[in-house]
Design a protein around this ligand. Sequence first.
Ligand code: SF4
Length: 756
Amino acid sequence: MSASTQTHPNAKIAKVSQMRKITRRGFLQASSVLAGVASAGVAAAESHPPSWRGDTRVEQIATNCEMCFWRCGVMAEVADGKVLKLQGNPNHPLTKGQLCARGNAGTQLLYDPDRLKYPLIRRGKRGEGKFRRASWDEALDLFAARLKELKQKYGPESIGFLPHGVAPGFFGTLMKAYGTPNVAEPAFAQCRGPRDVGYQLTFGRPVNSPEPIDLEEAKCIVLIGSHIGENVFTSQVTNFIAGLQHGAKLIVVDPRFSTAASKADWWLPIKPGTDLALLLAWINVLISESLIDKDYLDQYAIGLKELTEHVKEFTPEWAEPITQIAAARIRETAHAMADAKPAVAVHPGRHVTWYGDDTQRARAMAILTALLGAYGRKGGMFLPSKLKPGRIPLPSFPESERGRADGGGTRFPLAAEESQGLSHTLVQATMTGSPYPIKGWIVYGQNILESIPQRQNTLKAIEQLEFMAVVDVLPVEQTNYADIVLPEATYLERYDPPAIVTTSKRPYVAIRQPAIEPMYESKPGWWIAKQMANRLGLAEYFPWKDPDDHLARLIAPLAVNLAELKSLGAVSFDGHPYIEDRKEEDGPLFPTQSGKIEVFSSVLSDLKFDPLPKFSTVEQPPPGYLRLIYGRAPMHSFARSENNSWLDDLMPENQVWINTPIAATFGVRDGQRITLENQDGAKSLPIAVRATEAIRKDCAYMVHGFGTLGQGLTKAYKKGASDTQLITRVAIDPITGATGMRVNFVRVLPANGERS
Ligand code: SF4
């Protein structure tokens, strides 16, 4: 039986469809201001007729933001075909009129002079970055011809599709119709995958995005490596602040004194790589001191007996030397959670691919949530509601004879299903030609040289390609290696599939529609995919006429008026977020195999993995090296926003945080430019040191996304340093295949000069 004809093991667990210290009060006040416009009320539907600015007629076009992936509601103020300003859309049920700095700066993406403006065809050697201008017809004809040729020579599986975001969804349909199962985006293997699998194994559903964490109603908030406030999603920050304003206790586990840690009741500066030991000790305290929500667990959970036996030895005293957190502190924080139960929001995190034990750590977090009776309860995690959009009937997709090349569903049994895939193993398959040759890549809306670790492998894989196409808004680094570059319209110029969101207390539909016509010769993704389908004889997979037709078909069963949706931008529905609100039509409470919370996982047991999470030690930095950790800043979204002029003004480059006495041992001082070198000899671009007591002595920290080597990004080119360029090795999670990336160590070298 080929891999493609086996049932994907995920089917067993239900289908995945999807220091500077300031006072706490001061932070809350300041953050309220930063959070922007207050709620206008979820149901406060109002239309947005044209208005006047002086003599200029101004229209308000409702859409949603793509400066990150929270998709906040936006009102674009448009006059004479120009977007003058972006504001939050008060009708949006989740984000209620808020935009962050990045959202406000969306106009600077739209009007970025570095944008890709017309199709390009390579004329120099691959990687030389020499292109000639082409018409869309010429570029698409060539694109289609190369896809046909590769299919003929190597089979449809020889094409790898590497997308990110919402817009590539149309192209994803095209790739399925073409017949390749090799689709891989970083959202799973480099970000949320292990978390979603861990929670799905336990509760029967993934966490999803936006995360359904009831921060505003919580009496205790637990953040493990999540630095809310530096990592900004508007509604999440607002709800976090609301929870603190209501008096929620805050426990922050982080090797770094983050902004969130500075507001915490308990900051636990954990030794990196030992979070699972802390979680097991907390679980031990809750069980051994009878602090669990027994009634809830008796009614909804299985496996408590096995868990009780399993954690007996994992006392706080056992965890203290491992985590370097005092046993008394571990007990105290476990008691704080117990006192607040069930209103305990244990945030499952978002970027969770750290040490290769990530699914098991997520399982431990899910189990902790269950023991506190917090899943489906006010102040804990709330439940998604049902919202069933229309389906556009399509012909069946061809089955692949050879199955996936990335090992998903076979080597990594609980990897993402085909539509998300494992990017780094797809890279390896391309590099080695095993299990079969992959000779073409289509990269869409992501910078693979910064989003996928081990860029040395990505570059070697590119050498094996006979064809590479890049579809993007900006000339990100890998465009240099492409045969064809297609300029996509920005999110303010295009229609994308609507956001149909169930992980909000009020589920909703929100649209993305063009505020203005695409500039230059850029085209929206839906148009590119439809044009390619016509050329490849696959038009039957795109039976809708235009975006309005597509949208109307999707919202038909939801009884939403198309004109109203286009005017308001979002329409919400009643939700049933807590167990006591559930209705029959919401489906099972816990869609696991057993219909219960599976504290003991029979799925993992059947697959010969530990059915209950176990701690194992991770490699420590050698003498003279620090563990490289990384995170986010509120004014940037990965490598997506560094070329944005307003955001560049706010934060032009990153710094490397090093503990002050440790910096002194390296002979460097605060503000000095240095070079980092990792255990494999990979060197960073010059980066300024932030010598601070706000980080443990065994780590170095930087904000992700800087140090691009794409010369076409004139603002961002070679500014700051890239953590990805120092991540030359990874620890693979054996359950999901995701890449743990906090396993690289760096040392400080003298500066090798200023930025070149
Ligand atoms: S959080 Fe900011 S960048 Fe992200 S979608 Fe919302 S406004 Fe845009």
